[in-house]
Design a protein. Structure first.
Length: 665
């Protein structure tokens, strides 16, 4: 990388420590205390020993509390005032952070009284306080009386409004370490070296992997201007420390980020844009090579990072806790938020919030698309979306539905208590399912692991993925006696035709699949021998066993040439893995009694039936319930499924299929 590019990337990522967060020149400044009248519930300052803080009377309807953080020097005690305001009447900053330890072992002066707070929040206020400027903050742990259930319920209902009206949402990650600046510069550099195909706006982040560099070793890292991913690399370890922030494990941040008009991340004194933090970390997670520098716990954070980036591209609708998700809806049914209700009742209320309205019916069908496991709550009917996903990479199937995929006029849904009745066509049943590919997510060597352990995990993952892929192919070819089902048809279903969205043809996918299998063959050969001539022969043997042609590899090739060839093959394997990950995770490949193939929810099993509901084109897996009342039309909903060639209501064209009424319980 040219020096100018490195310098530009570093400047792009460097935090602006000297610029005041609260006093920068803007079109609308934070209003001074002279412009705000103190609220009636502000307690007078005591001239003697301060008393404990008292929230006083409950908040008036539609109002919020704001904490006025008084200016002060580093050695001064933290002094604040509490005010009651209408959210849109004053400029304020909303804080998004992890509470940390619940122990209230620190205190600040608020309205002249002692207010107990956690050590983590005390650290945050100490870092956010400015020397010359007061600032209004909204902090849930302080601005909501956590002991008042009614007030807590009312304020959570307003959460999306509170974050939407904030001048800026400040995301606090951690206090940082001495090497934090190096980590931030590395994240910025990654964003520059691996740019998004749709620009640097995180909301449009789609990495075009085939067109981007693919560093595989130390030399290629250096050529790109990146530090080597060794366990003692300071920049990579600093990135790992950023990943350890508990903020990434909070589900509420989905709502807070989604509703923020403007957002910044704080790591101690460092202020960074979300594009650099989330964009950089996203690139770390999507490239196996970068994750080698992380330890096991740091690398597990991709369970949270990737959904956050996906959420910032589009409205997230599939996570928990449910109250956080409600705040991300376009028209949130906030009146359903009630902390005095149990979770089963909350799920029922959300799903049936508008049972007679067209949007309510459509939302119910859309909600079906997110179910991939039977509900955790036994008292909740199976047709109630639990908003639980089996993996952060899980891709809901509603993106396979066309705009007219839900026709509310044709819907016959009737909800009576906990029973949902609907017209349906039950047209097939699951015959064979493949095992879950537990090794599909690549097992990567963690920093600090010995070489033998790394090799053992990599070998296990390779064999698991290869065996699973061969099992799926075998199921597809044997389904309904269709032994002539070719490789292209199998791959169309395996990837649910989504590869065309990336501009790839079927021939492109076949080449990637063959390169993926050749990579497996080379891996197996290298496990069995190390002498070049014998290795080439074993490679050809495994290619034949896996059903792909063996490319020409000269028998006199030395190990250096073989390693280079293996690395080149691995590029196809990585691309193929990326294409299949979103489809396979959380699902099972299956063949039906009718000879069709597709993807079922992971909890599906042979014997489960497949149907379509009136008003919805997508097929669903249902499980017949043995009923003592001898009713044979009762089912439990397992979830939406993908059936190749049956995603656009084709079943309704067959007049010979029986139309019936089924009950979901």
């Amino acid at each position: 990388m040219p020096p100018s590019r490195k310098r530009k990337a570093a400047e792009h990522g460097r935090s602006d420590i000297k610029r005041s967060l609260f006093s920068g020149r803007r079109n609308h400044s934070v209003r001074s205390s002279e412009n705000v009248v103190e609220s009636d519930d502000c307690a007078p300052r005591s001239q003697t020993e301060p008393k404990d803080f008292d929230y006083g009377s409950p908040l008036p309807r539609g109002q919020i509390r704001l904490l006025k953080l008084r200016k002060g020097s580093k050695g001064d005690s933290i002094i604040c005032d509490m005010h009651t305001r209408v959210a849109h009447d004053v400029d304020y900053y909303a804080l998004s952070y992890a509470w940390g330890s619940p122990i209230m072992d620190r205190s600040i002066l608020c309205n002249g009284r002692y207010l107990s707070i956690t050590s983590n929040l005390h650290t945050i206020l100490w870092h956010l306080r400015e020397t010359h400027t007061d600032a209004y903050l909204w902090i849930d742990a302080i601005c909501i009386n956590q002991t008042d259930t009614q007030e807590k319920t009312a304020q959570v209902r307003m959460m999306s409004v509170i974050y939407r009206n904030a001048r800026m949402v400040i995301v606090w990650l951690s206090e940082g370490v001495p090497s934090t600046a190096a980590g931030i510069e590395l994240l910025s550099l990654l964003c520059n070296i691996f740019p998004s195909g749709n620009g640097e706006d995180i909301r449009n982040l789609y990495l075009d992997f085939p067109s981007l560099p693919n560093p595989t070793d130390s030399a290629s890292f250096v050529a790109l201007g990146l530090p080597d991913t060794t366990p003692d690399s300071e920049p990579w370890q600093a990135v790992g420390k950023i990943l350890e922030a508990s903020w990434f494990t909070r589900r509420w941040v989905l709502q807070e980020l989604h509703n923020s008009g403007q957002c910044c991340f704080r790591i101690g004194a460092h202020q960074v844009t979300p594009e650099i933090v989330l964009g950089g970390l996203y690139r770390v997670m999507m490239y196996d090579q970068f994750r080698y520098a992380l330890n096991h716990e740091q690398s597990r954070v991709d369970n949270h990072i990737i959904p956050m980036v996906q959420m910032m591209r589009a409205v997230i609708r599939s996570s928990r806790p449910i109250f956080a998700i409600i705040g991300c809806f376009e028209d949130p049914p906030s009146h359903r938020v009630d902390y005095e209700k149990k979770m089963p009742q909350i799920l029922m209320d959300i799903a049936t919030s508008e049972p007679d309205h067209e949007k309510g019916i459509e939302a119910l069908f859309r909600g079906f698309c997110y179910i991939d496991t039977l509900c955790d709550y036994p008292d909740v009917p199976s047709w109630i979306p639990s908003w639980q996903i089996s993996s952060p990479y899980f891709s809901p199937l509603d993106n396979k539905m066309f705009d007219d995929g839900v026709d509310v006029e044709q819907s016959s849904i009737i909800v009576s208590g906990k029973v949902l009745r609907s017209g349906a066509i039950v047209f097939d049943r699951i015959d064979t399912t493949a095992d879950l590919c537990v090794g599909f997510e690549v097992v990567r060597p963690w920093a600090g692991q010995d070489h033998a352990s790394q090799e053992k995990e990599q070998t296990l993952a390779t064999h698991t993925r290869c065996n699973w892929l061969m099992e799926c192919k075998s199921i597809a070819q044997a389904a309904g006696g269709e032994s002539n089902r070719d490789l292209g048809q199998f791959l169309d279903c395996l990837l649910d035709h989504s590869y065309s969205e990336d501009g790839l043809s079927r021939d492109d996918i076949i080449r990637l699949y063959e390169g993926n299998m050749q990579t497996f063959a080379m891996r197996f050969a290298r496990e069995e021998c190390s002498e070049p001539r014998e290795l080439v022969q074993r490679f050809k043997h495994h290619c034949c066993r896996l059903g792909v042609e063996a490319p020409e590899l000269h028998g006199k090739a030395d190990m250096s040439q073989i390693r280079k060839y293996h690395n080149k093959l691995a590029e196809s394997a990585i691309a193929f893995k990326e294409l299949t990950a979103a489809v396979t995770l959380g699902r099972r490949f299956f063949a039906s009694k009718g000879g069709k193939i597709g993807w079922s929810p992971q909890s599906a099993r042979p014997g489960d039936e497949i149907c379509v509901f009136f008003g919805c084109t997508m097929p669903f897996v249902v499980r017949r319930v043995e009923d003592r009342t001898k009713q044979d039309n009762r089912y439990r909903l397992v979830g939406a499924c993908y059936m190749d060639g049956f995603m656009d209501g084709e079943v309704f064209l067959d007049e010979a299929l029986e139309r019936t009424i089924i009950e979901l319980i």
